[in-house]
Unconditional design. Structure first.
Lengths: 641, 506
């Protein structure tokens, strides 16, 4: 019941504020949104606490959704520990960010719309994490994608916002298509799409094969990879990551809520949710490990050279999500969720602090035009410092516990691929510490590089923005050692119960027996990164520029984000638009339409005695070719199943 | 008689004719009576809708065959009876027709010339369409399948846009050309099987050799109507040139006749032929989805973009039908219903834009979210539904077809589902050009938000789109029995055919 309240209160809030918008004042509408969010957060935490004491309740069935043949997904709220942890985190972080937004959006004339979208987002995200079958998960999945689109596009008169929103939706949809086909394949193999039904039958279908590309392949591997492609889109993993940095066009609270703490982590959540199936799909897990580790490294390198404060943090998010997939890929599912929760706190904190900086600097986002701000906005400085230290992975802050555990797990798994993940992770830990240091130093220390009037006007944000920062900072400091025992330590089996069941020989049981150097790799890498950052930006400030000059190709490669945008533009976007025009102008208007029009012309000319039967003959030839192509593709479907 | 105790189907079918007669008797100058005619037409279309809803409540979904049957002697010497009845499949399409007609009438505010004739044609169209969907005799079906052409031809040719005559003629010739093939098939069936009663025909095996020829005839006839690629080129012209109410009826209702024909005739009567044609139909469906979606992406005019998107969705319907799975066929049917609602909503919205007088070229609009928030929300909703967002009706059909197709072929499922990506691209491009960015001119900035009559047309559609999206069971439970029977018969027919072949080969 409490879960029901937690999930649906944001929806009620969103609908109510939309309906009452014409009559209610802006303040009342916002207050109303926040009230429902508070209800949701209280219920979300209460349901978690109650589950810890009384055990997790059974799934709550609401009503049938689709019922066609054996395809019968319902609207059901799942209430196992994995769901409830996510519900509590999402509702609390979302509420905190709602409150922060009162201050941040105070000067926006359409701000009730902003709160409506945010509440709607929270609802969709909660539906996602409480889903009891794949289709409801997909509902939440697409729902959060939609609201993400709407919020990136919140300032819809800006061209850049339009383009970023469009890109986010379309790139996500590429992943979603694979996800949808994955759902269909699961239904084909298992005859059901309810989680329990699938998980119970994994053993029975472990040896099932499915023919693809003319080869008979293990069905579970194909399913695992299809689902992961979906997760790659939502969680901005390499190849489908291009939308996330652009998504920073949205207001900063959105970057914190959607593009850092919650939505982008949905892919990780889904992979962990499917751990029973993935445990039987070792190749899919290897793919997840490689992509996750590579993304962590890739985004880390790009983050080191970006100059927009939000983009640095965005690439950092991309990178940290890579860590989570790395953890899941080596089978350390609880560690993935542990990092997800810690990351939610410290990354939301980082984004909101960045928002506070941007607020102080009159909407300036370029860190090259900041500096010396720590005396002006000491509280924000402290908050960003805490967030950065937690991100960099220094004990006893949150990030240390989970990142350390991820690297330990990758090392302990001790396969070629997991060791690749380990080394990528170690290098990235260094990069992370470096770019965090760089960000802090450029924004807060050294001389001010801002125009004088901007620097003079820099002021601390109002209390309504600072208080949420403090709440998140408490999380970023404490969530690591508070949750450590229950999430990944001795209490984890009891804590997760049936929601994450580990194999007997799981890597989770080997985390404590590592060589000294591997166990301390995180700290060593982080300290190295910080030291390099200090050298670059305090001791030898001319060094970065000289390095950029002497290693220009590498610098440009990183600055231009490995040229993915240019590559995709050249490979997909331009050809698609060209083909589209060609299909229309030549395919449709000249060839296909040419035949009847040509025949009509020929007929009328024949009737008038001119007798030019050649009219339209090119079109006829082209049609013959089309028919040939058609026959060819038909045979393809006939033979290549 | 039937379950209702009175000829309910005939009543629903022919009530609109009473409205036609009433409107015809009205005298006076065009401008004076226009408002009166509009109201009369709207009321006339609401009564059959109410009866239809009652019919829905009385319908027994457990029965796979026809219900509420009526039969009247017609051509006794030729063994032809005027027979009507409904099963779940036809009920859903009848309800769609009854629901869309008032919407079309509401969106006809811009029609000011020959008002009497216009609304008469719309009501006549409703009668003929319902008659066609309820016919349980092939000859009766054929007659109304053709009859529907006439009012539609007039709607395009008289009240259409600048190229209306070309578009109307093209529409007429294409469909007539296709129907001729069906006529040949009809004559063959009549001569060789001795009956045109559909219920009887369903249990009359047709020799496998003849099936292929009959299927080709059906493919041309229904393929033109359903705008199956490459028989679709009449459609962008017809949709583009027809007046908005005509486009709505054409896109939401008439485009379903082809798919209905495949389900009613081709699939159950020609099991071997449709099975053999499956790869071809998949190809046509996939080409429609990908090729047409790309063409839609290249469009610069709102109405034409939506017209092409409509063709792309027909591809999904074709794929669904030819999976011969319960999921695929029900998916196709839900997609037919959903497409009817969504495309109607999109075209009503197009009409709203057209009524503001700055044309429909995308580069001449923009920024309307600012001055038309109500319109923006609704256009956004229909656009999202059109790209199959979960929670809207578009998703249900799409996912069921993907699921059904995967049972048959992975690539059909993936490529047929590609509409999820491409549809997203062209709809969002359209939405961006219309609602977002900056106003392209001062005139666009002065557009006023929706009027009451525009809300009245859009809100019911929006409610239904969400209803079908969140609780589709209200409609799918009507389809379960007939579709299950269809799939079962198909499988059984194929099995018996294979057994026979085995016997002969020994």
């Amino acid at each position: 019941m409490l879960t029901l309240v937690a999930v649906f209160a944001p929806l009620v809030g969103a609908i109510a504020s939309a309906l009452f918008r014409p009559i209610a004042s802006k303040g009342a509408a916002i207050l109303q949104s926040i009230l429902f969010m508070l209800i949701s957060a209280v219920a979300g935490v209460a349901t978690l606490v109650s589950a810890l004491h009384n055990g997790t309740p059974a799934p709550q069935h609401l009503f049938t959704w689709i019922s066609v043949g054996a395809f019968t997904p319902g609207w059901t709220l799942r209430q196992d520990m994995l769901s409830l942890v996510m519900v509590a985190m999402v509702s609390v972080v979302s509420t905190v960010i709602h409150i922060y937004s009162i201050g941040y959006m105070a000067h926006d004339e359409n701000r009730p719309r902003f709160f409506t979208y945010m509440s709607l987002f929270t609802f969709a995200m909660l539906m996602l994490v409480t889903a009891n079958n794949l289709l409801q998960l997909f509902f939440g999945w697409e729902g959060v994608g939609l609201v993400s689109y709407l919020l990136i596009n919140y300032w819809y008169e800006r061209k850049a916002a339009n383009e970023a929103a469009l890109k986010a939706f379309i790139v996500n949809r590429v992943g979603d298509l694979a996800f949808a086909v994955g759902i269909a394949l699961i239904y084909f193999v298992f005859g059901t799409i309810s989680f329990n039904g699938i998980f119970q039958a994994v053993a029975a279908h472990g040896a099932d094969h499915y023919t693809l590309f003319g080869h008979s392949l293990p069905a579970l591997e194909i399913i695992g990879i299809l689902l992961f492609i979906g997760a790659m889109g939502k969680s901005a993993q390499l190849f489908l990551h291009t939308w996330l940095p652009d998504a920073m066009e949205g207001p900063t609270p959105i970057s914190a809520l959607i593009h850092a703490a919650t939505m982008v982590a949905a892919g990780v959540f889904m992979i962990v949710r499917f751990s029973p199936l993935l445990d039987a799909a070792p190749v899919a897990l290897q793919v997840i490990t490689v992509i996750g580790a590579t993304t962590a490294f890739f985004a880390g390198t790009v983050g080191c050279v970006q100059n927009d404060i939000k983009r640095v943090i965005a690439y950092s998010t991309c990178s940290q999500l890579g860590y989570m997939f790395l953890a899941a890929g080596v089978g350390a599912y609880p560690v993935a969720i542990f990092h997800l929760i810690n990351h939610a706190f410290f990354k939301a904190l980082l984004f909101l602090s960045a928002g506070s900086v941007i607020h102080a600097m009159a909407d300036e986002q370029d860190i090259r035009l900041m500096g010396g701000l720590w005396k002006k906005i000491p509280f924000t400085w402290l908050m960003l410092l805490i967030g950065s230290v937690a991100l960099a992975g220094l004990p006893p802050f949150a990030g240390y516990y989970s990142k350390d555990a991820i690297l330990d797990a990758a090392f302990a798994a001790n396969t070629g691929i997991s060791l690749y993940g380990f080394w990528m992770g170690v290098i990235t830990a260094g990069l992370t510490a470096f770019y965090s240091t760089r960000l802090l130093l450029l924004v807060f220390h050294g001389p001010s590089r801002a125009p004088k009037h901007v620097h003079d006007h820099a002021h601390e944000s109002p209390l309504v923005m600072l208080a949420p920062l403090a709440v998140l900072a408490v999380g970023a400091v404490t969530s690591g050692f508070l949750l450590h025992h229950a999430f990944i330590g001795g209490g984890s089996a009891a804590f997760w119960g049936a929601s994450i069941v580990l194999e007997p020989h799981s890597v989770m049981n080997q985390l404590t027996s590592l060589p000294y150097w591997a166990d301390h790799a995180t700290i060593i890498a982080a300290l190295t990164g910080i030291a390099v950052g200090l050298v670059f930006y305090v001791l030898a400030p001319g060094l970065p520029a000289r390095l950029a000059q002497s290693l220009r190709p590498i610098y440009l490669f990183m600055l231009n984000k490995w040229y993915f945008d240019e590559l995709y533009d050249w490979l997909f976007v331009r050809p698609a638009l060209k083909i589209a025009r060609a299909f229309w102008r030549y395919g449709d208007e000249q060839i296909i339409d040419g035949v009847p029009n040509g025949l009509a012309a020929a007929t009328s000319e024949l009737a008038s005695g001119a007798g030019k039967l050649q009219t339209g003959s090119i079109a006829v030839y082209a049609l013959v070719m089309l028919v040939g192509l058609l026959a060819f593709v038909s045979f393809f479907f006939l033979w290549v199943r | 008689m039937n379950l209702a105790g009175f000829p309910i189907l005939s009543l629903i079918t022919w009530l609109p004719l009473a409205g036609v007669f009433y409107i015809a008797t009205l005298k006076g100058a065009e401008a004076d009576i226009a408002c009166h005619v509009r109201k009369a037409a709207l009321l006339t279309s609401l009564v059959p809708l109410a009866l239809g809803v009652w019919l829905w409540s009385q319908f027994n979904p457990a029965v796979a065959g026809f219900q509420f049957n009526e039969a009247y002697a017609w051509l006794p010497g030729l063994a032809v009876t005027y027979k009507v009845g409904i099963d779940g499949i036809s009920l859903v399409l009848v309800l769609l027709t009854l629901f869309i007609t008032p919407i079309a009438i509401l969106s006809a505010q811009g029609i000011t010339t020959r008002v009497r004739a216009f609304f008469s044609a719309v009501l006549l169209l409703e009668s003929f369409t319902v008659a066609m969907f309820t016919a349980t005799d092939f000859l009766v079906f054929y007659i109304f399948f053709e009859a529907v052409l006439l009012p539609m031809y007039l709607l395009i040719g008289v009240w259409g846009g600048p190229r209306r005559v070309y578009a109307a003629l093209k529409f007429f010739l294409f469909t007539l050309f296709g129907s001729l093939f069906m006529l040949v098939a009809l004559v063959w069936i009549w001569r060789n099987l001795g009956t045109t009663d559909i219920a009887t025909l369903l249990h009359t095996p047709i020799p496998a050799g003849a099936q292929m020829w009959l299927f080709v005839a059906f493919l041309v006839a229904f393929g033109v109507k359903a705008a199956v690629w490459p028989l679709h080129t009449w459609l962008p012209d017809a949709y583009g040139e027809a007046p908005i109410p005509g486009t709505i009826l054409l896109a939401a209702v008439l485009s379903k006749m082809g798919a209905y024909g495949f389900l009613r005739f081709a699939v159950p009567m020609l099991p071997n032929a449709v099975q053999q044609a499956e790869p071809l139909m998949f190809t046509l469906g996939v080409v429609a989805v990908i090729y047409i979606s790309l063409v839609a992406l290249a469009q610069t005019d709102v109405k034409r973009l939506i017209a092409y998107s409509s063709v792309a969705h027909m591809g999904v319907i074709i794929i669904g039908i030819f999976t011969f799975t319960v999921e695929g066929i029900e998916g196709a049917l839900v997609q037919m219903l959903s497409h009817g609602l969504i495309i109607a909503g999109l075209f009503v919205a197009t009409g709203v834009l057209a009524a503001r007088g700055e044309g429909l070229a995308m580069n001449r609009l923009g920024g309307l979210a600012r001055n038309m928030p109500g319109f923006a929300v609704l256009l956004m909703l229909f656009s999202l539904a059109n790209m199959g967002l979960p929670g809207t009706s578009g998703f249900i059909g799409e996912i069921l077809v993907i699921v059904g197709a995967l049972k048959v072929n992975f690539w059909v499922s993936l490529l047929g589902g590609a509409g999820m990506v491409l549809g997203c691209a062209y709809m969002l491009v359209m939405v961006r050009a219309v609602l977002f960015d900056k106003h392209s001119s001062a005139a666009v900035a002065a557009f006023t938000d929706l009027k009451a009559s525009e809300y009245a047309a859009l809100i019911p559609l929006a409610v239904l789109v969400l209803w079908v999206g969140i609780y589709p069971a209200s409609f799918t439970h009507l389809l379960d029995a007939p579709v299950a029977a269809l799939v079962q018969t198909h499988t059984a027919a194929l099995a018996s055919h294979t057994q026979l072949a085995m016997v002969f080969s020994k």
